[in-house]
Design a protein around this ligand. Structure first.
Ligand code: NAD
Length: 483
């Protein structure tokens, strides 16, 4: 019998209130390998009540920052101890090579928790000079208070890492949480909750309710006792969440999709740019919000660069990620497979030239070939919409101004990379592109101390660093009359 994963509420493992379950399907062989509780509105109410009770008693929210920090450090140690297990969980659920989460996601999760352990004791208020009150002097200062119960809604592409972006910061601030993992990847969130218990967090501080976005996620967004929704996922769900959460004036952070440009100038180190663009395009089968899927290349090198990128794509062995030598597994789910293939067909229909990959039709498993389109224009659908798969579109430009204009001609604004050896140009272009993060001669480094987030359709707010922790606080002003 396959394993059955249940919610984690107030320190206990419990079934859905109606006994409902959902299937977890392996993208390599399309077979069910586990089931998980299919949460109900009642389950959400129970989890929110547990999280809210912890705030009301103050057992967690009023615990001093240094003690919260110590628990966060302990949690970081436990996550580090379970690196292989957590990497395998996240990798298996979406058909990814476990090497990637082992090298990137889990270390980043550990770093997020360690950074937050430091912030927990440093969320300071301010003393603000004022003009006084009716001729008398006053003293005004501010206090940072936890925002309250947070609903953390997480996607499937890097589940542990993204969960810790939220969890580490909100725990540092003294908040409590109900985590809603993706339908496809509840495992690492549940294990993380068990590690919180092992570390000694009071029951009810961290709760996990598994299930569907439209039921569990929506119930969190509607619940009057949830003060903030921290969401990472698609713009479509983000829109629905913002609308629902607006009815009860919740704070909302939205980390959404992208169509990030990688701008390659003719003075770039050619080999580094090819390698970097391929990494930014194909890591995690291209299922990365910051995937550099629009590759803008100076016309003088566009042909040679496209050929090198296509060669890099062709060298990637696609297959079961547990097989030695395989570098790319399947995409995460059937809907994703159909979506990526649909976009590849659209690219062909709209007249882009295929230099590597193409529409895939495997016998079994949701495998997609790494695909490169060239001679494309920025108005083609494959250059405008997020594909969220291993598909890159190369577009040629003639001048720096044109490159910046193309980069900014997008509804998205999450990240960009600039490949150049001209220092002044690197800073000029970094300043001109309308995105939340720019990598110069590197692709989107993961760093716990840096803020992360996008502009326009890529979202609202920042996670990470001090800004990420402060986003889980309210600043209260106290004014004292000094007669
Ligand atoms: P998704 O929006 O379908 O789902 C994300 C989460 O939201 C899931 O847990 C889902 O159950 C839940 N959800 C769905 N509809 C909901 C609703 N109406 N109310 C409440 N919750 C709801 O996204 P996905 O397919 O899991 O992830 C892919 C998307 O996530 C891509 O667009 C990608 O770019 C984006 N993403 C962004 C970042 C970032 O940092 N900006 C990081 C990773 C992924």
């Amino acid at each position: 019998m396959s394993k059955y994963l249940k919610h984690y509420i107030e320190g206990a493992s419990i079934e859905a209130s109606n006994g409902g379950r959902m299937s977890l399907v392996n993208p390599v062989d399309e077979q069910e390998y586990e089931t998980a509780a299919r949460g109900t509105t009642e389950d959400v109410q129970r989890a929110v009540a547990a999280a809210h009770a912890q705030l009301s008693t103050g057992a967690w929210s009023k615990l001093d920052g240094a003690k919260r920090g110590r628990l966060l450090s302990k949690l970081a140690d436990l996550v580090e101890r379970d690196t292989d297990l957590l990497a395998d969980m996240d990798a298996h659920a979406i058909g990814r090579s476990p090497m990637e989460p082992r090298m990137m996601d889990v270390p980043n999760a550990v770093a997020n928790l360690r950074a937050a352990a430091g912030w927990a004791n440093q969320l300071e208020g301010r003393t603000i000079p004022t003009s006084g009150y009716m001729g008398m002097k006053t003293l005004s200062y501010t206090i940072r208070e936890p925002i309250g119960v947070v609903g953390a809604i997480v996607p499937w592409n890097s589940p542990l890492m993204i969960t810790t972006w939220k969890l580490a910061a909100l725990l540092a601030a003294g908040c409590t949480v109900v985590i809603k993992p993706s339908e496809e990847t509840p495992q690492s969130a549940l294990h993380l909750a068990a590690l919180c218990q092992e570390a000694g967090f009071p029951d009810g501080v961290v709760n996990v309710v598994t299930g569907l976005g439209e039921v569990v996620g929506a119930a969190l967004c509607e619940h009057p006792d949830v003060a903030k929704i921290s969401f990472t996922g698609s713009p479509e769900a983000g829109r629905a969440i913002q609308r629902t959460a607006g009815a009860t004036f919740k704070r909302v952070t939205l980390e959404l999709g992208g169509k990030s440009p990688q701008i390659v100038f003719d003075d770039a180190s050619f080999e580094d740019a090819v390698r970097g663009c391929a990494l930014g395009l194909f890591v995690n089968q291209g299922q990365v919000c910051a995937a550099g899927s629009r590759i803008l290349v100076h016309r003088s090198i566009a042909q040679r660069f496209s050929a090198a990128l296509a060669e890099a794509a062709g060298e990637i062995t696609v297959g079961d990620p547990r097989t030695p030598g395989v570098r790319m597994g399947p995409v995460a789910k059937k809907a994703q497979f159909e979506r990526v293939n649909r976009y590849i067909q659209l690219g062909l229909d709209e007249g882009a030239e295929l230099l590597a990959g193409g529409v895939s039709n495997p016998e079994k498993g949701w495998f997609v070939k790494p695909t490169i389109f060239v001679n494309a224009t920025n108005d083609m659908t494959i250059a405008r919409e997020e594909i969220f798969g291993p598909v890159g579109t190369v577009i040629a430009f003639d001048t720096e101004e044109e490159a910046v204009a193309l980069a900014n001609d997008s509804v998205y604004g999450l990240a960009a990379t600039v490949w150049t050896t001209d220092l002044a140009r690197a800073h000029r272009v970094a300043a001109a592109v309308k995105v939340g993060a720019v990598g110069v001669n590197c692709w989107s480094p993961l760093e716990a101390n840096l803020p992360w987030g996008g502009l326009k359709t890529s979202g609202i707010g920042r996670e990470g660093g001090l800004a990420g922790a402060l986003a889980y606080t309210e600043e209260k002003v106290v004014t004292v009359l000094l007669p």
